[in-house]
Design a protein around this ligand. Structure first.
Ligand code: TNX
Length: 496
């Protein structure tokens, strides 16, 4: 199992075999969990009112603080399976754990027809019984925030591609998808009050080397948010500013110092573009965008970027962030920003995302001391766009070469002085897309490193063990293969 559960107690001779007649009793909100079990077992698992062989129950838990918001308890005995959680999310994570105890099967909704549709009339299935090992699992996450960032600006990924990516994340109990929607090379979310953003900077010729065109309509984006939400993943939209704005400045000349639009850029340089910090046009633009993005986004967070603003003076940078933070609050969201935003005094609700390779950072430590929770994304551990080894065909290497052991062998709670366990909101893996062209490229950089980072975010510190993870990862290779998930066959792992 990855991430490894907090407590696992095997009970010999208490295995339970799911057969074609096995029924489920499902609490309200358990539909996604039941759907996962149907796909993973190949059995119809009809619903029964009252007790059944598989029971998915919402309750408060029998120990002091219950199951927690996302925790669960699974009991597998000879006469059936009982899953308990305080929330539908907890039931969903329990089902993901159960799926990992079952043999590898094709489960991705997109790559296969619905499993139910493969069954002949009469409810007789084509698959034999599948057996779950007897025992008890009690589990809950270490951190509330377990995220992945996908850069849809340097290269655009379609709704269908992002949905397949989301399925892969959900299997590892990731609960936030941070979409980097805008950058120098493209603007990927339609903004109704500023239509030229995507008309000009979302179409043909955008993206790195012009090879990543496309944008999400507001309906597309709402659909993605909904698809993610059904897998208990909250979308965190990022509008990167005041730097990384060339695409916006191509579309709207009023956003440049000269008032003239700039030329489109498809190279990978960073740090050359900036919004104008002392112009009313700038804040009218920023407010239009924040208002629309906030309205489209049910989750609590809105990411304002703030990284690599080398083309903005330090004074202008502080003035800009100081004006933008209240706009995020005005539309009901909590601001997240790359940790450079700690150049200003942050409200407690704002979340800095630490991304550098340096061993310490005063700004992030100060923000933590003032009550902000921090997201940990050190580039030399969590950047999924870094090459695995010097000869990896995809990826960059400015932060580190990151093999699977390096992605796993660190502790977010001791990464930065002044930012301990209690100051952490959680951990996020980050995938920039300058060198990626296809969904297989994305997946190859993500697997197997993301499961390793997911375990850091979910499992208790005391369970961390590289030799154990290596062995468990080996068993997940066949699952990815069965589901068409491209992955890097890291030589560190003895693939099954
Ligand atoms: C730095 S990390 C960036 C991105 C690049 C990335 C490439 C960060 C906050 N900014 O603009 O895509 O390096 O690894």
């Amino acid at each position: 199992m990855i991430p490894i559960p907090a407590q696992v107690r095997p009970v010999p001779a208490a295995d339970f075999t799911i057969i074609s007649g096995t029924a489920v009793s499902a609490a309200p909100g358990a539909q996604e969990a039941v759907g996962l079990l149907r796909a993973a077992t190949g059995h119809p698992l009809p619903e029964r009112a009252g007790a059944a062989e598989i029971n998915m129950i919402l309750d408060d838990g029998d120990n002091g603080d219950g199951h927690g918001d996302e925790g669960y308890k699974i009991t597998i005995a000879a006469d059936g399976v009982t899953v308990r959680a305080a929330t539908p999310a907890g039931l969903f994570y329990a089902a993901q754990t159960l799926c990992q105890l079952l043999p590898a099967r094709t489960t991705l909704s997109r790559s296969t027809p619905p499993v139910d549709g493969a069954m002949p009339a009469g409810g007789v299935t084509l698959v034999g019984g599948v057996t779950l090992p007897g025992g008890e699992i009690v589990d809950r996450p270490r951190f509330a925030y377990r995220g992945v960032m996908l850069d849809v600006a340097r290269h655009f990924w379609t709704v269908g591609e992002v949905e397949r990516f989301i399925d892969g994340l959900a299997a590892y109990k990731i609960n936030h998808l941070h979409l980097h929607l805008t950058d120098d090379q493209g603007w990927r979310l339609a903004i109704e009050s500023r239509p030229r953003l995507t008309e000009v900077s979302g179409g043909k010729g955008t993206g790195v080397e012009g090879a990543g065109p496309g944008f999400y309509t507001q309906a597309d984006y709402a659909g993605l948010v909904d698809y993610a939400a059904r897998r208990f993943i909250t979308v965190v939209p990022e509008i990167d500013m005041p730097g990384h704005v060339n695409a916006a400045q191509v579309a709207y000349g009023e956003l440049t110092a000269s008032g003239e639009p700039v030329k489109a850029r498809t190279d990978t340089e960073v740090g050359y573009s900036s919004l104008v910090a002392d112009s009313d046009e700038t804040y009218a633009f920023v407010e239009d965008v924040i208002r629309e993005v906030a309205a489209l986004t049910p989750g609590p967070y809105l990411h304002i970027g703030g990284d690599e603003a080398q083309a903005t003076t330090a004074d202008d940078y502080r003035a800009f962030i100081t004006r933008v933070l209240p706009l995020v609050a005005k539309y009901g969201k909590r601001a997240v920003g790359w940790h450079e935003i700690t150049a200003v005094e942050l409200p407690e609700t704002a979340v800095p995302q630490f991304w550098w390779v340096e061993p310490s950072d005063e700004g992030t430590a100060r923000a933590a001391a003032n009550g902000s929770k921090v997201i940990m994304s050190p580039a030399d551990r969590t950047y999924l766009d870094m090459k695995y080894t010097a000869d990896s065909p995809l990826g960059l290497d400015w932060a580190a070469l990151i093999d699977v052991e390096r992605a796993y062998d660190w502790d977010p709670a001791i990464r930065l002085p002044g930012v301990g366990e209690q100051q952490l909101l959680g951990v996020e893996a980050v995938l920039w897309s300058e060198t990626l062209r296809t969904l297989d490229d994305v997946l190859t950089m993500t697997f197997p490193r993301l499961p390793a980072i997911a375990e850091i975010g979910w499992s208790p510190r005391a369970t961390h063990d590289w030799q154990s993870l290596r062995r468990r990862l080996a068993g997940h290779g066949p699952r990815w293969a069965a589901n068409g998930i491209a992955f890097h066959r890291s030589p560190e792992i003895d693939w099954a």
